[in-house]
Design a binder for this molecule. Structure first.
Ligand code: BGC
Length: 682
């Protein structure tokens, strides 16, 4: 048996079908214990009977247990994928009798069925021993160094000071450019430096690979999470994440700051597109699928090769009150104040993490937002009592960008409250000295043990990039999965007169700001932080339609006008908007012109949020929400011409008016333009 094979056999003792699980026997073959203290088998809850009919009811029956049982812990109000405690009634049910989303039935989980959750016991005895042995040899300074994540240090610094991790931020430039080869050269040098440090402890190298290996040119760029949530297909999300891990690991990167499992409520937030859903149950399901894809289907270190995932931003991210952002002038919601009680925080802001934790999530990024006025980065209640204590999280907690210093009240308070690793863009060297001088040794030992255990479980000791993998970046096989993700993520909002699908013989004119824009198709976090997909390789919607229809050069010649309305890319607080009227007036004018000219009009929206369209609905026959689909524009064309019949269901409620920017399922008098779960087909 290979080393990896043994690890799999040892740690993933059984597989639990997610909903209606029968649990599994004692998994602790190596003497470890189940992550949540369950003895296996004690799964509560029925499968949340299959959902159908209007309004749905996937929230279903009271399941609060997750894999291996006992996930609910003592605090109550924590749902796992079983359903209850998740969304209020009718959560994902889909509308108009479409079958529901994630209820599952007869013991299989997830919309697509067959989604499984490993019961992972870790750290293994071997990794515990490894961590303990190293700890006994480390100086205090070396221990403190493991607790920092350095932005682009020199290779010499990594060798001599051995920081725990090196990272590239969204805007980090590489001297050799963004090609996979340039990444590989850069990261290889850091890996080598870690191996040559006094104790040879491997570095983690982290990037925000949040929709594919999005900082390398030529990689397949998958739809952002808002679109993936609409697929209701965890198996597909897992596969997309597996490909992401492979393309990332091909460049030597071993850690990604994702998935984001924030339940986003307010469409003015610049990170709505990073949120799988406003529904915590669906978010947990998709987030867990992503973790399994990134780390390996049987838990951390079982991927081929896997990387370490970092679910973010714990806890309650996405529910900050508008107007409280700590990032003015652009910020409105981002890094704001989450003004909710603890039960609500648990229901929407903690529940989505639970199944991923059970499946061996390696790391979590604590939110840089505030909870009732107090920084989460220095909240011992949230990190130490709830996450590590009650929920038994075995991985390590990292901060967001400089958060300990910028908002967490300083390095020492943050670490004392439970932070294990600090993300620092400057003076990480000074942070090492501060930690060594002022943090109690027991806290340091706990943090370092966690970090070393994750590195060991992930198989990083002695790991080297496999040069053969680089050829797989952006391969046809990977792009085919991207295309499928696009097909399944599109939501058909209106189809008056059956204008869709477009006959392949029709003469089609394609216009609008998004028709030929790979940048607008990919959105933020593409090559750079604010997004520039034009620097990578892909197929625009116009190019894709040209392959399958007869494209004409003027609207006058056309039978059908396809108008692609689009937002321009943004990320984080730079994407916060006072209004969700975010689509260009010129695009709406095109709709009106085409309509007045008697054309059949198809409106395709590229956006990171549900944008205001209610007043324009009658200017087009068909409306399709395509979100930020990424590089594979062919997937959009497939839906428009009927090669793939639409199946996507809204992952977020679609506001009717500007006053409804914060409209969510379960609101009193809930009356959006399109409800959560809405999606037509033909
Ligand atoms: C974001 C994180 C991201 C980090 C590193 C921060 O600004 O909030 O989500 O992982 O930058 O790029």
């Amino acid at each position: 048996m290979t080393r990896r094979g043994k690890r799999i056999a040892r740690r993933a003792a059984c597989i639990v079908v997610l909903l209606g699980s029968t649990g599994c026997g004692s998994a602790a073959s190596d003497g470890g214990q189940l992550p949540f203290g369950g003895t296996g088998g004690a799964t509560a809850g029925s499968a949340g009977a299959a959902t159908s009919g209007s309004g749905g009811s996937q929230a279903g029956s009271a399941a609060t247990a997750g894999a291996g049982g006992a996930v609910a812990g003592s605090g109550g109000a924590i749902a796992s994928l079983g359903g209850a405690g998740g969304m209020s009634d009718g959560g994902l049910g889909g509308s108009g009798g479409q079958s529901g989303a994630s209820g599952g039935s007869s013991g299989t989980a997830g919309a697509a069925g067959g989604f499984t959750l490993p019961t992972v016991t870790w750290p293994s005895a071997m990794c515990q021993a490894k961590a303990a042995d190293l700890l006994s040899k480390m100086t205090l300074q070396e221990k403190a160094a493991q607790m920092v994540m350095a932005l682009s240090p020199t290779v010499e610094e990594v060798k001599s000071m051995a920081p725990g991790a090196v990272f590239a931020g969204g805007s980090t430039m590489l001297p050799g450019g963004y090609s996979p080869a340039s990444w590989a050269t850069t990261v290889d040098a850091y890996i080598q430096a870690g191996a040559e440090s006094r104790l040879g402890i491997p570095i983690l190298y982290g990037v925000d690979a949040v929709h594919g290996n999005n900082k390398a040119t030529g990689a397949v760029i998958f739809p952002h999470n808002i679109g993936l949530g609409c697929t209701r297909d965890p198996a597909l999300v897992q596969e997309a994440a597996r490909i992401t891990a492979l393309e990332v690991a091909a460049t030597g990167v071993s850690w990604t700051f994702g998935p984001m499992v924030s339940v986003s409520f307010d469409d003015r937030w610049g990170r709505v597109y990073e949120s799988f859903s406003e529904d915590p149950t669906l978010t947990g399901q998709m987030g867990t699928a992503a973790v399994l894809g990134l780390q390996g289907a049987m838990g951390l270190g079982t991927g081929q090769p896997g990387i370490v995932a970092c679910a973010k931003h714990f806890a309650g991210d996405g529910q900050a009150t508008a107007g409280t952002s700590s990032k003015p002038p652009n910020g409105i919601i981002d890094r704001g104040d989450i003004k909710v009680d603890e039960a609500t925080l648990r229901k929407f802001g903690i529940a989505p993490y639970l199944p991923a934790i059970a499946a061996g999530l390696g790391s979590i990024m604590v939110s840089d937002a505030r909870w009732n006025g107090a920084s989460l980065t220095s909240s011992s209640r949230v990190m130490t009592e709830i996450l590590k204590g009650e929920l038994g999280f075995k991985g390590f907690i990292a901060t967001d960008w400089n958060a300990a210093i910028d908002s967490g009240g300083g390095i020492v308070p943050s670490v004392n409250a439970g932070v294990d690793m600090l993300m620092l863009s400057t003076n990480w060297q000074g942070a090492i000295t501060t930690i060594a001088a002022s943090v109690p040794v027991a806290r340091i030992n706990d943090a370092v043990s966690r970090i070393l255990a994750v590195k060991c479980e992930a198989g990083l000791f002695g790991w080297k990039r496999d040069p053969a993998l680089i050829a797989s970046i952006g391969s046809a096989e990977h792009r085919a999965v991207g295309r499928r993700a696009v097909q399944e993520s599109l939501v058909l909002l209106q189809n008056t007169g059956g204008v869709l699908p477009i006959a392949k013989t029709a003469k089609v004119w394609v216009g609008g700001s998004g028709a030929t824009s790979l940048a607008n198709q990919c959105g933020g976090w593409t090559i750079n932080w604010q997004g520039d997909g034009s620097l990578t390789t892909g197929t625009t919607i116009s190019q894709a339609l040209a392959k399958v229809t007869t494209q004409v050069n003027t609207m006058t010649q056309a039978d059908v006008a396809v108008i692609v309305l689009s937002e321009t890319p943004y990320a984080e607080f730079n994407g916060d908007r006072a209004s969700i009227d975010t689509l260009p007036p010129a695009d709406f004018t095109l709709l009106t012109q085409a309509h007045a000219a008697g054309k059949k009009v198809v409106a395709v929206i590229l956006s990171g949020r549900p944008a205001l369209i209610a007043d324009h609905l009658s200017s087009a026959d068909a409306w399709v929400a395509a979100w930020l689909p990424g590089t594979e524009g062919d997937g959009v064309a497939d839906v428009l011409v009927g090669s793939y019949k639409p199946t996507g269901k809204l992952s977020h409620s679609w506001p009717r008016t500007q006053a409804q920017t914060n409209v969510n399922i379960g609101d009193p008098g809930y009356n959006p333009l399109f409800a959560l779960g809405f999606g037509l087909s033909y």
